[in-house]
Structure formats: structure tokens, C-alpha cells
Design a protein around this ligand. Sequence first.
Ligand SMILES: *[C@@H]1O[C@H](CO)[C@@H](O)[C@H](O)[C@H]1NC(C)=O
Ligand SMILES: *[C@@H]1O[C@H](CO)[C@@H](O)[C@H](O)[C@H]1NC(C)=O
Ligand SMILES: *[C@@H]1O[C@H](CO)[C@@H](O)[C@H](O)[C@H]1NC(C)=O
Ligand SMILES: *[C@@H]1O[C@H](CO)[C@@H](O)[C@H](O)[C@H]1NC(C)=O
Ligand SMILES: *[C@@H]1O[C@H](CO)[C@@H](O)[C@H](O)[C@H]1NC(C)=O
Ligand SMILES: *[C@@H]1O[C@H](CO)[C@@H](O)[C@H](O)[C@H]1NC(C)=O
Ligand SMILES: *[C@@H]1O[C@H](CO)[C@@H](O)[C@H](O)[C@H]1NC(C)=O
Length: 342
Amino acid sequence: MVGPSAFRAPIRETCGANSWFEILAVVRLMAVLTLSEADSLMIPKDHSGFGLWVVPSETGHFSISTNFLGNGGGDDLRFLCSLTNASNLRQVGIPINSLSGVLPDCISNFSTTLRVLDLQRNKMFGSIPPGFGNLINLEFLSTYDNRLSSHIPLEIENLSKLQYLDLSRNNLSGNIPPSLGNLKLLLKLYLDEINLSGVIPSSLAECRNLLVLSLSGNNLRGSLSPELIGLSFSPIYVKLSANQFTGVLPMEIGNWKNIQYFDISQNMMSGKIPATLGDCVTLQILAMRRNSFEGSIPSSLETIQIIELLDLSNNNLSGAVPKFVEGFKFLQFLNLSYNHFV
Ligand SMILES: *[C@@H]1O[C@H](CO)[C@@H](O)[C@H](O)[C@H]1NC(C)=O
Ligand SMILES: *[C@@H]1O[C@H](CO)[C@@H](O)[C@H](O)[C@H]1NC(C)=O
Ligand SMILES: *[C@@H]1O[C@H](CO)[C@@H](O)[C@H](O)[C@H]1NC(C)=O
Ligand SMILES: *[C@@H]1O[C@H](CO)[C@@H](O)[C@H](O)[C@H]1NC(C)=O
Ligand SMILES: *[C@@H]1O[C@H](CO)[C@@H](O)[C@H](O)[C@H]1NC(C)=O
Ligand SMILES: *[C@@H]1O[C@H](CO)[C@@H](O)[C@H](O)[C@H]1NC(C)=O
Ligand SMILES: *[C@@H]1O[C@H](CO)[C@@H](O)[C@H](O)[C@H]1NC(C)=O
């Protein structure tokens, strides 16, 4: 038995460790400004000279990931403006630093050749400047784990080439903009813990290539429509925990033929566990803890043979615990407590 830590989050992708994108240079505590390769710029740790950096206009990749850059002042990000002259800019990565301050408006003047903008794990605050909607060729955008506030900007609708969008762990209150449905190439969408409210817009069903949908830890409400759940996309990872979703789990969930991770814990879902869940034979993690699901565990679940974590605790389930649960060979965590099983 292992604890709930068995809930595995997918490894956060950074543009520096992402097989879809070329590897960015990772610089650790270099003492001097280093130019390496034809178009790759490495920047040393330097608390004093952000404004003085001169970035060659041929810079294509700019990375200062995993340093201790930033002095906590409001001006840490001004140096980004020196990249506006780089006409062939393709990747900008400043993840895992202590860069503080507001994202400068000048990012709207970055070359539209930019494909990767990785700002995760810093201390940025303020809002996302609307002008970033100019960066129409962006494929990867992450602001994960900063202190950004305001809303998800509507301009996001114009980033029609986005494949990876992670705005998690900020304070972007408001609704999920329906125009996210314009992002037809989106593969992974992370909007966890950003204080969202409202419902999941039905237009999200237009993102037919979604593999990851992660919306946990918000104040989202409403029911999960059959349209969203069943008919449009075939995800691998869906995390909707710690919201205020209500209603039944639509039987269309059985259409998720590739789903490995499904977490709907800590909501207000009710009704029976749909028998079609047994069609999701690739499920490894199934977490439905702390809802009001009722009825018995459907016998069809016998088919989810590779299940590793099954948490149905704290519901209103009844009947007998099916014998087949003992036969799950890969099960590491099982919690059925706080129900009415006989
Ligand atoms: C951009 O290039 C022009 C002309 O070379 C120069 O005057 C200007 O200072 C540069 N701007 C930045 C932000 O580096
Ligand atoms: C973007 O570039 C234009 C033209 O060089 C300039 O007028 C404008 O002020 C710049 N905008 C920002 C936000 O830096
Ligand atoms: C989050 O943003 C809201 C409104 O935009 C604001 O009222 C609230 O204080 C912010 N919370 C934090 C923790 O910064
Ligand atoms: C998106 O781009 C279109 C065309 O350039 C423009 O009309 C529209 O206002 C933009 N949307 C936003 C929210 O900026
Ligand atoms: C969440 O957003 C609401 C506004 O929608 C705001 O009043 C509240 O303070 C925010 N909560 C936190 C924890 O920031
Ligand atoms: C099992 O679930 C109950 C109710 O959700 C919870 O209180 C308990 O800590 C869980 N047990 C383990 C071992 O995680
Ligand atoms: C649990 O289910 C029983 C019937 O099986 C029902 O009477 C009761 O109201 C339900 N309780 C909750 C909290 O949903």
C-alpha cells in the first residue's frame, strides 16, 4: 500500500526538457557572457546588468533556465526587451529562476517567429500583457507557478498554433474563455489552481487533439456535458479534482479509449458510476473520492486490469465489494472507506 502520493502528475514539461522542441542551453552560474553555437545565447548570473545586455539580432534561442537570476525587484524582466531586435527568435526560456516583476509590454514586439515562451517557476506578478496575442506562431507557452493575476487574456484565441498551454498556479480569476476552443492544435492544457470560476465552456470540445485536460483546484461548477466528455477528444490524462462539479458522470466516458488517469475527486458529483467506465481498459489511476456517487460498483469494471490506484472513498456507494478487485494485479492503492458497502 502506498499513500495518495501514488497520484502521479505528469512531469512538467519545460522547453529545455521537452522532446517536441529542441533542447535549450541550460546555463549554471557562468561568470562571463558566452555565445555558443551559431544562434544560441547563454547568459551569466548577473544581478546588476540586465539592462545592459546586448542581444545579437541573430539570436534564435535564448535560455537562462535554472539559475538564481532575479533580485526580487520589480524590474527583473526588463531585459526581455532587448530581444525585440532578434528577428529570427524561436525560443525564449527563463524557467526556474527568481525573476520578479511585471511582464513588459515589449513582448508584443517579439518576432512572430517565436515558437516557445517558457516563463515557468518565477515570481512574476501583474497581468499577462494583451499584446502577447501578436505571437501567432507560439506552440508552447508556460507561466506555471508565478504570481500572475487578473484573467486569462482573451487574446489567447489568436495563438492558433498552441500545442502546450500551462497557466497553472497563478491567480487568474474569472472564466475559461470560450475562445480557447479556437486552439485546434492544443495537445496539453493545464489550468490548475488559478482560481477560475464558471463552467467548462462547451467550445472546449472543439480541441479535438487534447491529450491532457487539467483543471483541478478551481471553483468550476456545472455538469460535465456528454459533448465534452464523450464525443470529441480522446484524452490520456484528465484531472478535474477539487472543484464544484455536479450532476452525473456521463456514460460517454466509455469513449475515452486511451485514458490512463482520471481524477474527479472532491466535487459534488452524484448518480451511479457508469458501467461504460469498464470500456476504459487503459485506466491506471481512477480517483472519485469525496463525491456523492451511489449504487454499486459496476461489474464491468472487472476489465480495467492494469489499474494501479482506485479511490472511491467517501461516497454513498453500496452493495458488495466485487470479488474481482482482489484480482487486480497492479493495484497499489485501494480506498473504499466511508461508503455503505455490506
Ligand atoms: C535595436 O537595434 C537598434 C539598431 O541597431 C538599436 O538602436 C536599438 O538600441 C536596439 N534595441 C534593443 C532593445 O536592443
Ligand atoms: C513596438 O515597436 C514599435 C515600433 O518599433 C514601437 O513604436 C512600440 O512602442 C513598441 N511597443 C512596445 C510595447 O515596446
Ligand atoms: C487574486 O486576484 C483577485 C482579483 O483579481 C484579488 O482580489 C486577490 O486578492 C488575489 N489573491 C492573491 C492571493 O493575490
Ligand atoms: C485576434 O486577431 C484578429 C485578427 O487579427 C483580431 O481581429 C482580433 O481582435 C484578435 N482578438 C483579440 C482578442 O485580440
Ligand atoms: C479568487 O477570485 C475572486 C474573484 O473572482 C476573488 O474575490 C478572490 O479573492 C480570489 N481568491 C484568491 C484565493 O485569490
Ligand atoms: C481513505 O479515504 C478516506 C476518506 O476519503 C480518508 O480519510 C483516508 O485517509 C484514506 N486512507 C488512506 C490510507 O489514504
Ligand atoms: C445515500 O443513498 C441512500 C439510498 O441508497 C439515500 O437514501 C441517501 O440520501 C444518500 N445519501 C447521500 C448523502 O447522498
